[in-house]
Design a protein around this ligand. Structure first.
Ligand SMILES: [Zn+2]
Length: 303
């Protein structure tokens, strides 16, 4: 494509700016991370009724969204994904193993026949299945362990459970969001503009994913006690919270896989030298922020 840059190239060392919009439904946190000065951004976990505030944040910074990311496919994290994806003309990206949930988030969140359900809680919060729209542009990453497409009828936790359990946990990929959409490849001035790393962390759901971003403005990470002006962050969805972890009793949840994730991905049990740095701020899908080192010291599920 032959296009002329309309503004100076992004400084590859620029600090990322983080914004949080909390959904009124289940208090789910939507995180928007972008470069200063009109650069690219990603919108992570747009839950219910956050769209208007997300658009305000994006326009205030002059950002250009390049993707809507989901840490997993539960409705309280993706209810507004379709609308924002369509509004900005960008894909929704999530791990292949949770993609099926986007087709029917109400039908995939509760155990069959369960009483006192999350669907009932969502209905009480005013979310009606009739109002839900699945995103048109969904691009998965990772390998679907069940081998089904997102329109497949697989209900993980049942027949296909063994198929995905056997996969290694060390999925770790660059999502390729490192190009400012306003520039051609030749305009790149460094190794990254907005690099997002996805780390598969199953247990809460099959496709639960941590998103790692580096060099975030440390004043934006809430109550997490971090040193320095910049901090690396992990958006942990419903895998790791401050002081606790996500539930594993919902369909697609798996206590044993969660244990492996906590030990090998978030703890000290993974590949020597490749563990996630404890100084990284933990920005969960619900509740206060923390740091991984603090959680390793104090979180009873991670010690
Ligand atoms: Zn969840």
């Amino acid at each position: 494509m032959d296009r002329t840059p309309s503004r100076p190239p992004v400084d590859p060392g620029a600090t990322l700016v983080l914004e949080q919009v909390v959904s009124p439904v289940f208090g789910a946190s939507c995180w928007i991370v972008g470069l200063r000065a009109g650069g690219p951004c990603v919108v992570v976990d747009p839950g219910a009724r956050v769209s208007e505030r997300v658009r305000d944040v994006v326009s205030r910074h002059g950002w250009e969204p390049v993707a809507v990311l989901a840490t997993h496919g539960h409705l309280d994290h993706v209810a507004d994904a379709a609308g924002l994806s369509a509004y900005y003309g960008v894909p929704v990206r999530l791990h292949a193993d949770d993609a099926y949930r986007l087709d029917d988030p109400f039908g995939t969140i509760d155990r069959p026949g369960a009483s006192g359900t999350l669907v009932a809680a969502l209905a009480a919060a005013g979310l009606d299945p009739a109002d839900y729209r699945a995103p048109h542009d969904v691009r998965t990453f990772g390998t679907s362990r069940s081998g089904t497409s997102r329109t497949g009828a697989t209900r993980p936790g049942t027949a296909h459970r063994g198929a995905w359990r056997d996969e290694p946990l060390d999925l770790d990929l660059d999502l390729g969001l490192d190009l400012d959409p306003g520039f051609t490849a030749a305009d790149r001035t460094g190794p990254r503009a907005l690099a997002v790393r996805a780390v598969h962390a199953p247990g809460h759901t099959q496709g639960s994913t941590l998103y790692l971003l580096d060099d975030v403005d440390a004043s934006r990470v809430g109550g997490a006690r971090v040193g320095g002006a910049r901090v690396d962050v992990a958006l942990t969805g419903d895998v790791l919270f401050a002081g606790t972890i996500g539930r594993t009793d919902l369909p697609g949840g798996d206590p044993a896989l969660m244990q492996r994730t906590l030990r090998d991905v978030l703890g000290h049990g993974g590949t020597p030298g490749a563990e996630i740095d404890g100084a990284r701020a933990v920005l969960p899908g619900h509740g206060p922020t923390s740091t991984l080192a603090h959680e390793r010291r104090t979180n009873p599920y991670l010690r």
